[in-house]
Design a protein. Structure first.
Length: 313
């Protein structure tokens, strides 16, 4: 039986790539020296896209692949895929939710711990020989008794909240709509920031949330408040955040995501009040395998004439 033909947009998780290339006739867009010629060559037969990373998938690309039926994304966030364009063309879009909730929530709490307790900085202090020559590392800030304001209380946000409560924190949240949860609700991000000691950003990316955390929000967070972002870099006004950290207008930030990854503004590298991770929230062997398995299974099911498991609304 002829294997369905797909295009893989970028080099991604190695095990998933191997499975895709084994089960489907796969063409790697990242290897194309001439993108236009590549798309024209494969347009008559390609029925699926397996997407990795931030490459834009819009109506222009979709129209270059007239046989396209499904776009299967590796990851929860689909902000790089124009869902309106896909809907107009009756294309199925899938993602990989739930399988990464726990891992991302672990990273979120790690960022809170590292940011308030300055654990990476204290390790560098020790490695630099300063404990013996200068004495104990300066005192830091406890998590217990602090208020965590969750901006985006979805599946990951709820997993973060459970972990934060285990650390003695209390929870507030803001969503577009209230949820049936036991946490106080704030009507907007500014109010949430004003009421929180730590503002945790867990919203989707995309145009609707672009720079949602702006200067007004950071000003409300104040000089004793902390920002943690595990969502998308686009959700935060990054130049304003950098300035607020440099000028000590907020106490600190823990970041796993940035506006133009992997290019991170060098100003963050010298800050003592910022903990920065290279987008590793879901980066474990187990979680990435589960994400890849779900991406592949959605493609399998579609080409077998079955409903996909995780269709994006």
């Amino acid at each position: 039986m002829t294997k369905p033909e797909i295009i893989i947009t970028a080099k991604g998780h190695a095990g998933t790539m191997a499975t895709l290339q084994n089960e489907f006739t796969s063409h790697l867009l990242a290897d194309a020296s001439d993108r236009g010629a590549f798309l024209k060559q494969h347009a008559p037969a390609v029925r699926g896209l397996a997407t990795f990373g931030p490459m834009s998938v819009d109506g222009k690309l979709m129209d270059q692949l007239p046989k396209l039926e499904i776009i299967a994304n590796f990851g929860v966030g689909v902000d790089a895929i124009n869902l309106d364009d896909a809907k107009k063309r009756k294309l199925i879009v899938t993602n990989t939710p739930d399988v990464l909730n726990e891992c991302v929530a672990d990273t979120a709490i790690a960022l809170v711990l590292n940011t308030l307790r300055k654990l990476p900085q204290s390790e560098q202090y020790l490695r630099g020989g300063n404990w013996a020559s200068r004495g104990p590392y300066p005192l830091t800030t406890s998590l217990g008794g602090k208020v965590l304001g969750v901006l985006g209380l979805g599946r990951i946000g709820e997993a973060v909240a459970k972990r934060a409560m285990a650390c003695g924190m209390t929870i507030r949240y803001h969503n577009r709509n209230k949820k049936d949860v036991p946490y106080p609700y704030d009507p907007d991000p500014v109010t949430l920031a004003k009421n929180a000691d730590v503002l945790m950003v867990v919203t989707p990316g995309g145009s609707e949330t672009a720079k949602l955390v702006n200067e007004k929000v950071l000003q409300a967070l104040g000089p004793e408040g902390y920002l943690v972002n595990i969502a998308r870099g686009s959700v935060v006004d990054e130049p304003v955040l950098l300035r607020y950290l440099q000028e000590k207008k907020i106490a600190g930030a823990g970041l796993d995501v940035y506006a133009d990854e992997p290019r991170v503004p060098s100003g963050f590298f010298t800050l003592d009040n910022a903990v920065i991770f290279p987008h590793v929230a879901s980066a474990t062997v187990e979680t990435r395998k589960a994400m890849g398995d779900l991406q592949v299974e959605n493609l399998r099911r579609h080409f077998a004439g079955k409903p996909v498991l995780t269709r994006v609304a």
